[in-house]
Write a protein that binds this ligand. Structure first.
Ligand code: ATR
Length: 287
């Protein structure tokens, strides 16, 4: 790749950042559209984060993605944030405006929903009570997106029940908090079950739930994408349920940033999924 002197630049800020698939994902789109631009991994220590963001802006970058552990700090460094970021209290996409303002948005929840809609066309969230495992940043973003999309009830199940209670209060609306011991009893009334914890990642044990108690038309999703088929997804598929892994959310959350920085609306399709999944092991045994 040879850049011109007017190449557009973006990247992903994380600490560490070596695990991120975002450079591979954006690199695929840059090549596909023959764009004069680059997307770089940007490892930045937490204590240097705000200065690093302002430096990127001053260096003429178009913007950046933000990943663990910087999403709350990114929210704080922004001059303006959109409604979703405001509700999530976290930012994953930064755009540097021509006047120097730093604008933040959070596309994680939107990306999750877009993935679901693409995988299951005709999906009607208005009729789908959801149960989310976990009460961290990912849970918050997905819960907010589900509520905005008309989901009638969201239950937040968390190891630390108090954290689920705090998140339920912050989100407002038809949200209930529960501990792990209550999870099994929530399943019969759950149409969408989402694991937002790190359980199941890279060979760690998957959440242990009696999936037989879910309705036959329930959907089970996992935001873990290494491995591609987590223990939870394998168990759900064995139970005959529709499933979605973590990869679609990763691919779709990237679209708004790419469009803002490089001026092209990118598509999520099989070629992209195969390319990004190409270096992700399929099962826990292979991870
Ligand atoms: P993220 O921003 O990626 O969502 P996070 O804010 O660190 O990450 O949240 C991690 C979530 O995974 C939390 O809900 C956490 O539960 P606690 O609030 O009780 O810590 C959950 N989690 C992580 N490891 C877990 C484990 N071994 N068992 C159960 N829940 C776990």
């Amino acid at each position: 790749m040879i850049l011109s002197a007017t190449a557009r630049l973006a990247g992903v800020l994380g600490w560490p950042v070596a695990h991120s698939r975002s450079p591979r994902l954006h690199g695929f789109w840059l090549e596909r559209h023959r764009i004069d631009g680059a997307y770089l991994p940007l490892p930045v220590r937490p204590e240097r984060f705000a200065d690093a963001v302002r430096s990127l802006r001053d260096l003429g970058f178009q913007g950046a993605n933000v990943t663990i552990p910087h999403k709350e700090a990114a929210f704080a460094v922004c001059d303006e944030v959109d409604a979703t970021a405001s509700r999530a209290g976290a930012v994953n996409t930064l755009v540097f405006r021509a006047d120097g303002a730093i604008a933040g948005s959070n596309t994680d929840g939107w990306g999750f929903l877009e993935g679901l809609r693409q995988a299951l066309p005709g999906l009607r969230l208005a009729g789908m009570p959801a149960t989310l495992l976990g009460a961290g940043g990912a849970s918050r973003a997905i819960a907010a997106a589900l509520l905005d999309a008309g989901c009638p009830r969201v239950a937040l199940v968390n190891r630390t029940r108090a954290r689920a209670e705090a998140l339920a209060a912050a989100l407002g609306g038809p949200v209930q908090a529960a501990g792990w011991d209550e999870a099994a009893d929530l399943l019969p009334a759950t149409r969408l079950l989402v694991n937002t914890t790190s359980l199941g990642m890279k060979g760690t044990p998957s959440p242990d739930l009696p999936l037989a108690r879910l309705p036959d038309d329930a959907i089970v999703a996992d935001i873990v994408y290494v491995p591609r088929i987590t223990g939870l997804l394998a168990a759900a598929a064995a139970r005959g349920l529709a499933t979605m892994g973590g990869l679609p959310m990763l691919l779709h959350q990237a679209r708004p940033g790419f469009r803002a920085w490089f001026g092209v609306e990118p598509q999520v399709d099989d070629a992209l999924a195969r390319f990004v999944a190409g270096d992700v092991p399929e099962t826990a045994e292979a991870a």
